[in-house]
Write a protein that binds this ligand. Structure first.
Ligand code: PHE
Ligand code: ZN
Length: 849
């Protein structure tokens, strides 16, 4: 019999918890098959609650005993938890349960990864460890005793006591259960001391498996820089005696901010020049910072309920973006962040999975750790900061920390501090949290008698459940340039609040060229018809680095769109503008690399769909290949020189400046290889001194349909290294030519090293195929079928990761009838699987609409 459809949870239905927790004591007797978890919890009735039902969440637990104030009780147990009669006064609850970490393949709760015990509790995993009110607004100090024969026995807070085969931890900071963590295994610490601004000594440890000690240094260094930065940028200090980071191989997400014991996907901790690319180093720095920053934005101040997820995630992403900008280049970081935003969030926001930054209902909260909550959530904070200015922002944040430390807060609380500090009414601004969809901003202009007027019109297309949208507050940063290239009006912030609004600038001697939405001042799609010449002019003259890049990108999109739909040849405006960028050595190499790269195939599909054209992924692929060849030929003389000049002398360092040079060098190599059939890339592969160059050379070869020998050589060299092998798998599926992508991926799923239960490996192969736009959209439907087969298979084992990857199908509505029918058939096949998880059921249901 089919289970009844799982019921959604609604924001509107929030009710305070019936009981609060004053204290938690947990004892773990570790055993792979039967770990005994004993809990002693001090409860008290919540005076703020109406309801007096005593309910504890609990799933997949075997209850051994339960007592209230020392007396045995017999609770009523359901698959979701238990209820029990309790006194109308504070009481002590004691319970013992057995759980099986070994059988836990979903990687939620307590599980075993490569022989080591570890936990993942966000969002609702603690209920698989102990009976508990598993909701973020119940906060308590935890004391944890671990018994087990492992060299490292770790939990949250400060070490309290230890002996042979046991250790105790005490976390004085009240926290919700989702921040609980435990790790036990054969781990080694790479350690360093740190002294906070006010003089508190802190021991920093990165725990890795024996043999990986040499790959922990960069994460440790990033941690120290993050701690220092949060002190100076936000006045936030660390608040425990130790800070532990653990690397685990099996992890559903990137990393987790458990109080004092961050757990990371090993891919975002371990790095050496030989095994990690510049991009890996960059990600490690950003993710270490992100998790560390959660200590204040997430842990000290947490979320009242999961609808408020963006309260901690949007803010923490915003903070890690600021940090990375400070560590590297703000311009380059902004461009990279917007590339990500468009690739993931705009895509989501313009399809069946669109939802507000603060969703109003969900079936499975794990499905809402999305680009919208994270990345658009961060953009919303960036807009707030732009509107109130950096000083207003800092004051508001000071008040936020002051007023809400120790709270489980809401978006209303968050906006209120801005209102109180700045006196601004944020009623309309709140729509950024409640309305889904990417606003379109239409721009028209006129000029007469020295007066230049911009006419702006906003419109947000309907999204699921939201047919009509009200106008939003859109901060539009604008600068004006003279026809000779000088800036006549420096960056000015226009505050658009109406559906239609005009803004004028007086006293201009000639009709200016506008540079609109500087720094990408709002997450909107700008709709403005203009000439290729004007875009090329901005690419050459704009003083705003983001818009300089954006002009080139728009130009490239338009060229590609024409090549795709009309089979046109690329015009000189674009090719000459690119040549100028390639030659301009006053520009940061990292910026030049970004400007010389073409928009992705999915970006172009998105752009075509937005302008009402049905994209054909194979035609897009072919056009993009043609454009690459044309750019390669147009600048044939420059590539070898650029390639040579950008070599980094001396030993590898992951610094932003060296990474920028390598990025430009590899971009040059990419074009060069379209002229020399890959000779230079083969040479680089043979001589490469670091993984960035190795991967750069190998991907270049794969992109031109070569590299077979190198793929074999790479395997022979790195087959024992899991993280490096993930790259090997992912490169082959994501860069396979469209006609061969499905077959390549299928062959790799038969490879003995395809450990599909390890999320990183599954994502490398199946995620790699989904990321290969033309390959995934093979008109035969072969890739849809293969991805569906594997999602069905993974759903039984790890529903969270499987459901997340179903987003490969979220672009369904964009494509032609034949592709749509095949995508639908694949999705319906998933939907029909007996025993489909709630996670996957919700995702597939939303995509099918
Ligand atoms: N809270 C984590 C972060 O953003 C992400 C995460 C969510 C990890 C759910 C695991 C499970 O830093
Ligand atoms: Zn986070």
């Amino acid at each position: 019999m089919k289970d009844a459809a799982p019921q959604p949870v609604h924001l509107q239905e929030y009710a305070p918890p019936a009981y609060l927790v004053d204290d938690v004591h947990l004892t773990f007797r570790l055993d792979p098959k039967a770990t005994r978890v004993s809990a002693r919890i001090a409860f008290r009735p919540n005076p703020a609650a109406q309801d007096r039902t005593f309910f504890l969440h609990g799933e997949e637990l075997t209850l051994v005993s339960a007592r209230i104030d020392g007396q045995d009780v017999t609770p009523k147990i359901t698959p979701q938890g238990l209820t029990c009669a309790v006194p109308d006064a504070p009481f002590t609850w004691e319970a013992e349960v057995d759980i099986s970490p070994e059988a836990n393949t979903a990687l939620e709760g307590l599980y075993i990864s490569n022989g080591m015990y570890c936990t993942q509790c966000e969002a609702e995993g603690f209920r698989k460890i102990s009976y508990y009110p598993d909701r973020p607004d119940v906060m308590a100090p935890f004391t944890v005793r671990i018994e087990g024969d492992a060299p490292a026995l770790l939990s949250n807070g400060n070490p309290a006591d230890s002996g042979a085969g046991w250790a105790e931890w005490h976390d004085p900071w009240p926290k919700p259960a989702y921040l609980f963590a435990l790790v036990a295994g054969d781990l080694r610490a790479v350690s360093e001391g740190f002294t906070t601004a006010s003089g508190r000594p802190v021991e920093l440890n990165v725990w890795v498996r024996p043999g990986d000690e040499g790959r922990a240094g960069y994460a440790l260094d990033a941690l120290k820089r993050s701690m220092r930065w949060d002190e100076s940028a936000y006045g936030r200090e660390y608040d425990l005696d130790v800070f532990n980071i653990v690397a685990v191989d099996d992890f559903n997400m990137g990393a987790m901010e458990n109080k004092g014991l961050n757990i990371f996907n090993s891919k975002y901790v371990l790095a050496s020049p030989e095994t990690a690319t510049d991009r890996d180093f960059d990600l490690i720095e950003g993710i270490v910072a992100h998790e560390y920053f959660h200590n204040w934005t997430g842990n000290r101040i947490t979320c009242r309920d999961w609808f408020q997820l963006c309260l901690k995630e949007g803010l923490t992403v915003f903070r890690d973006q600021q940090f990375s900008g400070d560590m590297r280049s703000h311009a380059v970081k902004r461009i990279e962040d917007v590339l990500q935003l468009r690739a993931r969030q705009f895509r989501e926001d313009n399809g069946p999975l669109a939802h507000p930054v603060r969703p109003e209902s969900y079936v499975e909260i794990n499905n809402f750790y999305t680009a919208t909550v994270y990345e658009k959530g961060a953009e919303v904070i960036g807009m707030l900061r732009r509107l109130v200015g950096p000083e207003g922002y800092r004051k508001a944040l000071d008040l936020y920390f002051d007023r809400h430390d120790g709270d489980a807060a809401t978006i209303e609380d968050w906006l209120k501090v801005f209102e109180d500090v700045t006196g601004r009414d944020l009623t309309q601004f709140r729509r950024w949290y409640s309305q889904a969809g990417t606003p379109r901003l239409k721009v028209a202009e006129d000029y007469a008698d020295g007066r230049y007027t911009l006419h702006l019109e906003q419109h947000t297309p309907p999204t699921p459940g939201q047919p009509e949208k009200a106008p939003q507050v859109i901060p539009v940063a604008v600068g004006l340039l003279n026809p000779n290239g000088d800036e006549v009006v420096p960056t000015t912030l226009l505050e658009m609040t109406e559906a239609k609004q005009s803004f004028s600038f007086e006293g201009l001697a000639a009709k200016p060229v506008p540079s609109l939405l500087r720094g990408f001042s709002a997450p909107v799609i700008l709709e403005r018809e203009t000439s290729a010449e004007e875009r090329a002019f901005l690419l050459a003259h704009d003083t705003d680095a983001f818009n300089k890049w954006e002009a080139g990108r728009q130009l490239a999109r338009e060229v590609l769109a024409k090549m795709t739909t009309e089979d046109a040849a690329p015009g000189p405006a674009y090719l000459d503008a690119l040549a100028a960028v390639a030659r301009d050595d006053t520009l940061d190499p990292a910026f030049r690399a970004l400007a010389l790269r073409l928009p992705s195939e999915d970006d172009l599909a998105q752009a075509l769909a937005n302008s009402g054209i049905t994209p054909d992924p194979w035609e897009i692929h072919a056009a993009r290949e043609k454009l690459k060849a044309a750019v390669a030929r147009h600048l044939a003389e420059q590539w070898p020189a650029l390639y040579r000049e950008m070599a980094c002398p001396g030993p590898y360092t992951p610094s932003a400046s060296d990474a920028g040079r390598r990025a430009l060098r590899l971009t040059a190599l990419g074009y060069l290889s379209r002229l020399d059939t890959g000779d230079e890339a083969r040479r680089l592969y043979a001589e490469a001194g670091n993984m960035t160059e190795t991967i750069g050379a190998l991907s270049t070869l794969l992109e031109i349909g070569r590299g077979e020998e190198e793929i074999e050589a790479f395997y022979a060299r790195w087959s024992a290294d899991r993280l490096v092998m993930d790259k090997w798998f992912a490169l082959q599926t994501s860069l396979a030519p469209p006609q061969r992508a499905a077959a390549t991926a299928r062959a790799l799923t038969e490879h003995p090293d395809f450990d599909w239960k390890t999320p990183n490996r599954f994502r490398a192969v199946i995620g790699g195929l989904s990321a290969n736009a033309a390959g995934f959209h093979d008109p035969s439907g072969a890739s849809y079928e293969l991805v569906a087969d594997w999602l069905i298979r993974l759903d039984d084992v790890n529903p969270q990761t499987a459901a997340r990857m179903s987003t490969a199908f979220e672009t369904l509505g964009r494509y032609d009838a034949s592709r749509q029918a095949r995508m639908r058939a694949a999705l319906e096949r998933i939907a029909a699987k007996p025993g489909l998880s709630r996670d996957m059921g919700e995702m597939v249901g939303r995509i099918l609409g």
